[in-house]
Design a protein around this ligand. Structure first.
Ligand code: F6R
Length: 245
């Protein structure tokens, strides 16, 4: 993995935005895989600013988000779709028909995941997948366990994951849906290039395990070691436990 340590969260956001801009400049029809969460908030702000300044064009781009809560429709204010509308989609010229999301209220969640995999394949696969990381090592909603599921699938959220999403539900952990739909680790690893982003000292331990530890389903992000084109963008705090950097 190619680790890049930057001064602070703002510099990380700038670097990740620059990576997306370069991808779209080289291939205007690029397919982007996108995360939600606290980590990418500044990155999306930066992309909005770059778009407003005319430095990036989404007119031919396609996006697939990583995950969505099961039981929430895209217009629910706590949905990840709503997050993406607020932080990016409402502000840029990404055509609506090329924004893709797992439908959290699909009547058949398993069929919905199969539909999503087929849509990714039809789009030609993901060119650049941006990822955050849970402090337990999850990517998407692939939580640590004795095994992992390759393709998109319904996933049960770890208790800590529900706690860290409580802010979206006015701080009420019980209101966070216990299940989600998520790309699988195979879906993620089939992306042509992957950027993993982490900031803050709270992620330092899991970043060490991801980058320097064994490849294990107990730290799902460690499977990224198996991919040939992964960049890890960190601030100094998230990188603070790495020995080799
Ligand atoms: C969100 C997602 C999650 C988050 C992870 C980190 O779409 O797939 O894996 O990236 O939980 O979340 P933050 O950035 O809030 O620490």
């Amino acid at each position: 993995m190619n680790v890049r340590i930057l001064k602070d969260e703002k510099a990380v956001a700038r670097a990740v935005a620059a990576r997306v801009i370069a991808t779209l400049a080289a291939k205007p029809t690029a397919v982007l895989g996108l995360p939600t969460g606290r980590t990418p908030v500044q990155f999306y702000a930066r992309l909005r600013a770059e778009y407003a300044a005319g430095r990036v064009d989404f007119a031919q781009a396609t996006t697939f988000n990583l995950d969505e809560f099961l039981g929430l429709s895209g217009d629910h204010p706590a949905s990840y779709r709503a997050f993406m509308e607020t932080h990016l989609f409402e502000h840029v010229n990404l055509p609506r028909r090329r924004i893709h999301f797992l439908n959290g209220v699909a009547s058949d969640p398993v069929a919905e995941c199969a539909r999503y995999e087929a849509a990714i394949r039809r789009a030609g696969g993901i060119d650049l997948q941006i990822l955050g990381i849970g402090s337990n090592g999850h990517i998407g909603f692939n939580e640590p366990g004795p095994g992992l599921i390759g393709d998109s699938h319904p996933a049960r959220l770890a208790p800590g994951t529900r706690r860290s999403n409580a802010d979206l539900f006015d701080g009420r952990v019980q209101a966070v849906p216990p299940n989600a739909l998520s790309m699988g680790v195979g879906t993620i690893l089939r992306s042509r290039a992957i950027v993993l982003v982490a900031t803050g000292v709270g992620k330092a331990g899991v970043i060490k395990a991801t980058v320097e530890g064994l490849v294990t389903t107990r730290v799902p992000a460690s499977l990224l070691q198996l991919h040939g084109d992964v960049e890890v963008f960190l601030d100094g705090a998230a990188a603070s436990k790495l020995l080799r950097h």
